[in-house]
Design a protein around this ligand. Structure first.
Ligand SMILES: *Cc1c(COP(=O)(O)O)cnc(C)c1O
Length: 366
């Protein structure tokens, strides 16, 4: 069979190793495994969401309301935009897919940071687009400006805060870059971790309404997978001008999130206190990782997310360390595939982090 040529250049996405596979491949008992690899919320989701799901679980034979009316209403209130400015995706991932398919044609250029979310590349390459990348780990907007002028890409992704590095840009600097971009170029601002960044420093906050009012060529994306603790429910959204959203809606399959996902996301919007608690706890625990790195003489990237990227010394190899941790039941993300000698660790609960420090020390041999 001859598949599309564009597929040749695509690496299959490899997600963080699930607990089930560590049980199978390493014989570690499930209760001894801690997964700090996929930036899930270690506190789970709001108890209100769990309660809601148990009440409506019998509804799963029904398709969801395909207009997602209630969820769009919650999001419009939260962000001060109209429901016609919102599209719902199966994770914000699916909104990147809609954007790529609606916008990109063979040979179009897409500008991204060198260290960035793998799905930007995968969706772009499916359409035969060409990736233009900076050469830095953290977002460097001077390079974005230079590469933008040189290549005039059709699409630009700004991931702030950034995954897998964890850095975040100041709003003024992002706006300063956006002023140099032509209206014909679409810029996606991926705010998957925005709730964390704005909690840590107000100047990092980019609000969807202000963004799209100021720069109508921008799209803001957000998700319930991280701070809201609903990764397994696969619900995200994109916010943009009505014109953009109408084009993206043409890419959307019917009922693209489930009946239970929809109810969970709606209910999650009713419990912002849970989100604040989880974020506050995350940064308290992150401080312990920073201290741990200092005590053990390795570097880390100052993080505005729910994970921390530990930059290992030359005496350590990120793939070997990740493998050694895995054998002891600790799942982290090896960043070797990004040509970084680093591991990304999702901030867990206090008990999980205690365990990580203990086992990491064992692996380092001290
Ligand atoms: C997790 C993540 C997303 C969203 O993931 P979904 O679960 O598909 O909503 C988007 N961008 C980045 C950078 C992420 O880390």
């Amino acid at each position: 069979m001859k598949f599309k040529d564009t597929l040749k250049d695509i690496k299959t996405y490899s997600a963080g190793k699930p607990i089930e596979l560590v049980v199978r491949d390493y014989g570690v008992a499930p209760e001894n495994i801690i997964k700090l690899a996929s930036n899930e919320n270690p506190h789970g989701c709001s108890p209100k969401v769990r309660e809601k799901i148990s009440q409506i679980v019998g509804n799963m034979y029904r398709y969801p309301d395909d207009s997602f009316f209630e969820l769009k209403e919650k999001l419009s209130t939260k962000f001060g935009v109209k429901d016609t400015n919102i599209i719902i995706g199966a994770g914000s991932d699916q909104t990147f897919e809609f954007i790529s398919r609606a916008l990109l044609e063979e040979g179009d250029k897409v500008l991204v940071n060198r260290i960035s979310f793998a799905m930007y590349d995968i969706y772009a390459k499916q359409e035969g687009a060409v990736m233009i990348k900076t050469d830095t780990i953290e977002h460097d907007l001077d390079q974005f400006k230079t590469l933008y002028q040189e290549h005039k890409p059709k699409l630009v992704y700004i991931c702030t805060p950034s995954n897998p590095a964890g850095d975040a840009l100041d709003k003024v600097d992002v706006y300063d870059f956006l002023k140099t971009v032509d209206p014909e170029t679409m810029v996606v601002v991926d705010g998957a971790y925005m709730e964390y960044a704005s909690f840590k420093e107000a100047k990092k906050l980019i609000e969807p309404k202000d963004l799209i009012d100021t720069f109508p060529n921008c799209i803001y994306t957000g998700t319930f997978s991280k701070a809201y603790g609903l990764g397994g429910m696969r619900t995200g959204y994109a916010i943009a001008s009505e014109e953009f959203i109408n084009s993206l809606l043409k890419m959307r399959p019917p009922f693209n999130i489930t009946t239970l996902s929809l109810a969970a996301a709606v209910e999650a919007c009713n419990d912002e206190e849970f989100v604040t608690f989880a974020i506050d706890d995350c940064f308290k625990e992150m401080k312990r990782y920073e201290d741990f790195a200092k005590e053990n003489n390795f570097d880390y990237i100052d993080s505005y997310t729910n994970f921390i990227t530990l930059m290992l010394n030359d005496s350590m190899n990120s793939s070997e360390i990740s493998e050694a941790l895995l054998k002891k039941g600790v799942i982290v993300r090896d960043l070797g595939s990004y040509s970084m000698n680093a591991i990304r660790v999702t901030i867990g609960t206090t008990a999980e982090n205690d365990r990580f420090f203990k086992i990491f020390k064992e692996v380092l041999g001290n």
